[in-house]
Design a protein around this ligand. Structure first.
Ligand code: NDP
Ligand code: MG
Length: 390
């Protein structure tokens, strides 16, 4: 019998976090939950803690500390509160694997702490690599820590690369569903509502990534994520729209051969793979029926309409803190769109404006990233509500 995997789940109350806990429930003999964290959903966090009995629980929202602590007073669970505690817990937990399933920039510092404490990273929180990919990959190398992707496209690429020499990669074909507005032109998108944008055709996910999928920012973030994960150059990464979301991505090698990884669109598959890699553990997840899925189609993304994808390539090629600026601007923009403060097309406008305004730093330190994130948020917030469309 293999020893149990000891897993910390950062963002356990979210879409990825709850699916990870379904896996933990199904693989009770193989998985032990060490840490659970949430931002403010105290009730679900308490319920999860009672079921999975972790050693540590963290609620970022400090006003909920007493509520969570009291609810778990009869359990042998240490409760902490505050964003900083999420990172601090990485120093004391005996977890060997950390699933980073928080949203956005909030994942950066806990991920750094986890790497410094030699935890294997199952990375869902792509924004961490977007913000500080160079720093994170260097830290992983220094600490001999594996970064196993959970994002379905990157899990696909990772699986295609098992047993391969990374120098033999010619290009990565990153597939995209195209989101709910595929085929639409700018004029048709000016007045789309958040309810329309939140309706993803193939995946059920948290609000931020669902809006990112509708604007193609998600694919842009994933292009940058792929660059850092697989050590390729920007021009070697090609995004291609595949509306069926069955081919999760492909790798073309220098001999012209292409490998693809396929599966039903279900995030439990890549989460499961990341937890157990290099083992493949049997599951009873739903299987694909090729007699029902008989058409695969492909098209190029429309970067004139979905400008965020083009901005992400620009940020990646520029390097330095530019992707950090883009990420922070986009977090504010998505938030503002979800609060009906800006329109759909203004998300990319606001992102571009921040990329032009916030000071560029060629070789940022961790403090520079922290400062860039802060300044960009302030800058982006000041643009919200003003007419910034040309
Ligand atoms: P959700 O919004 O569903 O969940 C986010 C989780 O993180 C929740 O537990 C939330 O707590 C917590 N959280 C949010 N903000 C903070 C914060 N500032 N501090 C501490 N905790 C916080 O997101 P998803 O699960 O959809 O996405 C998580 C990550 O995984 C993202 O980076 C996303 O890009 C990536 N990803 C997601 C996929 C998906 O299918 N959902 C697919 C591929 C990647 P609370 O519940 O209390 O708010
Ligand atoms: Mg993805």
């Amino acid at each position: 019998m293999e020893p149990k995997k000891k897993i910390a789940i950062l963002g356990s109350t979210g879409s990825i976090g709850t699916q990870a806990l379904e896996i933990a429930r199904e693989q009770k003999d193989r998985i032990e939950i060490e840490v659970l964290t949430a931002n403010s959903n105290a009730d679900l966090l308490i319920q999860q803690a009672i079921e999975f009995n972790p050693n540590h629980v963290v609620i970022a929202d400090e006003s909920k500390y007493t509520y969570v602590k009291d609810a778990l007073s009869k359990n042998d669970i240490k409760v902490f509160a505050g964003s900083k505690s999420i990172a601090d817990v990485m120093e004391i937990t005996s977890a060997d694997t950390v699933l980073t399933a928080m949203v956005g920039y909030s994942g950066l510092l806990p991920t750094i702490k986890a790497i410094e404490n030699k935890k294997r990273i199952a990375l869902a929180n792509k924004e961490t690599l977007v913000v500080a990919g160079e720093l994170i990959t260097q830290l992983c190398a220094q600490n001999r820590v594996d970064l196993i992707p959970v994002d379905s496209e990157h899990s696909a690429i990772f699986q295609c690369l098992v047993g391969e020499d990374l120098n033999a990669i010619e290009k990565i074909l990153l597939t995209a569903s195209g989101g709910p507005f595929r085929g639409k032109k700018r004029e048709e998108l000016a007045n789309v509502t958040k309810a329309q944008a939140l309706k993803h055709p193939n995946w059920s996910m948290g609000a931020k990534i669902t809006i990112d999928s509708a604007t193609l920012m998600n694919k842009g973030l994933e292009v940058i994520e792929a660059k850092w994960l697989f050590g390729v150059k920007g021009f070697q990464i090609e995004a291609i729209v595949h509306p069926q979301s069955i081919i999760h991505s492909m790798v073309q090698f220098t001999d012209g051969s292409i490998k693809a990884q396929l599966g039903l669109p279900d995030m439990k598959l890549p989460i499961h793979y990341a937890f157990f890699f290099p083992e493949r553990i049997a599951t009873d997840f739903k299987r694909m029926d090729f007699s029902k899925i008989n058409t695969f189609t492909f098209e190029l993304p429309d970067t004139d309409t979905f400008r965020n994808l083009a901005l992400a390539y620009q940020a990646m090629n520029k390097g330095g803190n530019m992707a950090c600026i883009l990420n922070a601007a986009n977090e504010i923009a998505v938030d503002a769109f979800l609060q009906d403060k800006i329109g759909f097309l203004e998300i990319a406008e606001l992102n571009e404006k921040c990329m032009q305004t916030v000071p560029f730093i060629q070789n940022p330190t961790l403090n520079d990233y922290i400062e860039t994130d802060k300044v960009t948020r302030e800058t982006a917030t000041s643009f919200v509500g003003k007419s910034i469309l040309p």
